[in-house]
Design a protein around this ligand. Structure first.
Ligand code: HSE
Length: 436
């Protein structure tokens, strides 16, 4: 066993933190050998209610404290692991740890996406580091490849399924023809979705993760609020029916693309080929397709959430920090930003579209609709008409377009909604063509 002791302090005792504590204790010898130092879990700062949880009973009592001061005043803690999630008080804890010369290891995507620059700068000032491998894609190695292994590339695209909850819901809707609300309820019962699932289903969780990947990958400061996001709650089982007919499926994708110094970032449902790699990623799994000028397409696939996969990334970060401390390596990785890189507004993106409309079943309806598309310079590639309601004399049509500018598409939707023959614009989904 190596001589030098390196102390770890854990903030939180939730699902991930509890697992991290168990791994640090259970694999202490192996991890210490890897680190080249004696890695010791010194303290866990939790909430009073955590003390009643089963995991608290499995851990040595003397490690647990509910006192923040006792935690931060413990001079034997060199690495602070924050696994409480959410912006506050996690952000304040990060600043306190860094200012007192402790390294940070975290799974907190929100804090890193919103405050990464400030925290990394503070870390550099204090000769310590901020490590966040677990913040995107749970156990899937992503941050390290972005920082190191892909650095020779100019990245061109990131296409990512990075929210397991929404992927689980869409998979079951697509496979079983179920509606959104019933699958969501089931996902909550199974513990996949949060009791308040807004961040997952509205795409907010994915924007935090994409903000981190796009900032690292494209050297542009992409903040969560810069990313256009839409969730999956408006997807209906009919949309899957039409998608399948077209050989497509629906996924919530986080997309970032770079072209001539301009970066576009967006999170929304997309139609993609059902037999493509991303089209076949089912259930709670995550997959991230990265395109580089040298490497071509690289795909990262695995479990993007859950206690064990996430603890894999957190503990590996801890060992990495300890290894650097043991060898006297003081390097701190900063986000290298290029101020010349511009962000593209959503209105300027170019893609194909699927539009599902309920219209009157009468002559000249299609000609009026196609007139609106034509007037806005959008070319229709196909029209499907299927379900007719004889009593209401309405019918449902699906229009697929050729590539068009978002601004023109939004104007088209506004004008369509003003036509007397259009009862409702039932859905509108972008079609993503991913270079294979
Ligand atoms: N809520 C996230 C998901 C968990 O469903 O993927 C990990 O960030």
């Amino acid at each position: 066993m190596a001589e030098k002791n390196i102390g770890v302090g854990l903030l939180g005792l939730g699902v991930v933190a509890g697992q991290v504590a168990k791994v640090l204790i259970g694999k202490q010898a192996k991890l210490s050998t890897e680190a080249g130092a004696n890695l010791v879990l010194r303290k866990i700062k939790c909430l009073p209610q955590d003390l009643d949880r089963p995991v608290a009973k499995e851990l040595p009592k003397e490690l647990l404290t509910t006192d923040e001061e006792e935690f931060f005043n413990d001079k034997s803690i060199d690495i602070v692991v924050e696994a409480i999630g959410g912006e506050h008080p996690a952000f304040e804890y990060h600043k306190r740890a860094l200012s007192s010369g402790r390294h940070i290891v975290t799974s907190n995507k929100e804090v890193i996406a919103k405050h990464g620059i400030e925290l990394l700068t503070l870390a550099q000032k204090n000769n310590v580091s901020v490590n966040y491998e677990a913040s995107v894609g749970g156990g899937i190695p992503l941050i390290a490849p972005f920082k190191y292994d892909l650095v020779a590339n100019e990245l061109q695209g990131i296409y990512a399924i990075i929210n397991g909850t929404t992927n689980y819901i869409l998979t079951r809707m697509g496979r079983e023809g179920l509606d959104f609300a019933s699958v969501l309820k089931n996902a909550q019962e199974l513990g996949y979705a949060e009791a308040n699932p807004v961040n997952d289903i509205e795409g907010i969780d994915a924007t935090y993760k994409l903000a981190i990947l796009a900032t690292l990958g494209f050297k542009a400061r992409v903040r969560p609020e810069d990313i256009h996001h839409e969730g999956i709650s408006r997807i209906r089982s009919q949309d899957f029916k039409y998608a399948h007919e077209l050989g497509l499926t629906i996924k919530l994708l986080a997309i970032a693309k770079q072209n001539n110094g301009t970066v576009e970032t967006r999170v929304h449902p997309v139609l993609i080929p059902a037999d493509s790699f991303l089209g076949k990623v089912d259930g709670v799994y995550n997959a991230i397709l990265v395109q580089g000028d040298l490497v071509g397409n690289v795909i990262f696939f695995g479990q993007g959430a859950g206690a064990k996969p996430t603890s894999s990334a957190v503990v590996s970060d801890i060992v990495d920090v300890a290894r650097k401390m043991a060898s006297g390596n003081k390097s701190t990785y900063q986000w290298k930003l290029n101020p010349a890189i511009k962000l593209k507004p959503i209105a300027d993106i170019q893609t194909r579209y699927y539009i599902r409309l309920t219209v009157n079943d009468q002559p000249k309806v299609l000609s009026q609709i196609s007139q609106v598309f034509g007037d806005n310079g959008i070319s229709i590639s196909s029209v499907i008409q299927k379900e007719t309601d004889d009593t209401a004399r309405t019918t449902e049509i699906v229009i697929m377009t050729h590539s068009a500018r978002e601004k023109a598409m939004q104007q088209t939707l506004t004008e369509l909604s003003q036509l007397d023959v259009v009862g409702e614009i039932s859905n509108f989904i972008r079609v993503e063509d991913i270079k294979q």
